[in-house]
Write a protein that binds this ligand. Structure first.
Ligand code: CP
Length: 316
């Protein structure tokens, strides 16, 4: 297995089965610290720099909390307009990360341009963690999700995933790569204009993912062990900031999961949603035994603790 020390976490394409289990093992070791709300001193000599060019609640704050839990230090920005990258100069990724690498030991980056963290990794001498790049990927979220599923279902092999939402989304790309490393069968449901791109389907085919596409959640809900959701009413991920204007569309029934619909699901099926949500997952579902998105939120801190500890060489 490749070492994690000094490694960039950019994509789940090429992330191998044993590597998932290695990361999950480190999560198990660090989870008690987060659960007991304790801080350790594992990374007390390290600094995390967060470079967020797009809004975020969960990813940035979970990554920063993870660093605090491990006794490390945090600096960074969450509004590029307040940096030279976002003003008149429009400073390049290369020039920006050439600076940031002197300010910390690891850089967590979210960007509206697909490939921006990979570009940063070309120029930075410290590890780059992709915290979401345009329509590209969201590896730390999906590692969190796979860890959550493993803990909740006790296994990853032999499960059937039902994926509902906009298949252009970065989580959908990362989870599709992740599924190829396990014996997982997938069903995708999305509006036609948000369906899997032909070239991505070709990639999934080459990676031997067993999947089908259907039109309505009712056609597939009974088969699902894991219901993995994203909105279909949502922002443009290629923009740095996207203010909501005018009326907000409603989610068609094909892409919604309601308490009523869950009566047709397997009794032990679980629902994951990386959040934020629109109306595709009404609050009534929160009060069913299927909801796991708050567990997923907690595990988001644990996963970022594990990744920081691994890439900074504090755990091998
Ligand atoms: N799930 C997720 O990426 O949330 P944020 O955009 O709030 O980070």
């Amino acid at each position: 297995m490749r070492s994690f020390s000094g490694r960039d976490i950019l994509s789940l394409k090429g992330f191998e089965r044993e590597e998932y289990f290695r990361v999950f093992e480190v999560c198990d070791r660090l989870a008690p610290c987060a659960r007991d709300r304790r801080n350790s001193d594992l990374l007390k000599d390290k600094i995390l720099v967060t470079a967020f060019y797009q809004p975020s609640t969960r990813t940035r704050l979970a990554t920063e909390s993870a660093m605090h839990r491990l006794g490390g230090h945090v600096n960074g920005f969450y509004d590029a307009k307040m940096t030279r990258a976002g003003d008149f100069y429009q400073e390049s990724i290369k020039d920006t990360v050439h600076m940031l690498e002197y300010y910390g030991d690891v850089i967590a980056m979210r960007h509206f341009q697909q490939g921006a963290p990979a570009e940063a990794a070309r120029w930075a001498s410290v590890p780059i963690i992709n915290c979401g790049d345009g329509w590209g990927e969201h590896p730390t979220q999906v590692l969190t999700d796979m860890y959550t599923i493993l803990k909740e279902k006790g296994r990853l092999d032999g499960l059937h995933f039902l994926l509902i939402g906009d298949m252009r989304m970065r989580t959908m790309h990362s989870v599709s790569y992740a599924m190829t490393q396990f014996d997982i069968e997938a069903t995708y449901i999305s509006p036609p204009e948000m369906s899997l791109k032909e070239e991505f389907k070709k990639e999934l085919h080459e990676l031997n993912l067993r999947y089908r596409e259907v039109e309505h959640v009712e056609q597939a809900i009974a088969d699902a062990d894991v219901i993995y959701m994203e909105p279909v009413v949502q922002a443009d991920y290629t923009k740095g900031r996207d203010e909501r204007k005018g009326e907000v569309g409603l989610t068609p029934a094909n892409y919604k999961v309601t308490r009523e619909l869950m009566r047709k699901a397997k009794p032990d099926s679980i629902i994951l949603h990386s959040l934020p949500r629109m109306d595709e997952l009404p609050e009534e579902v929160d009060y069913t035994r299927h909801a796991r998105y708050w567990t997923e939120a907690f595990n988001g801190v644990v996963m970022r603790m594990a990744l920081l500890a691994l890439v900074l060489g504090a755990m091998e």
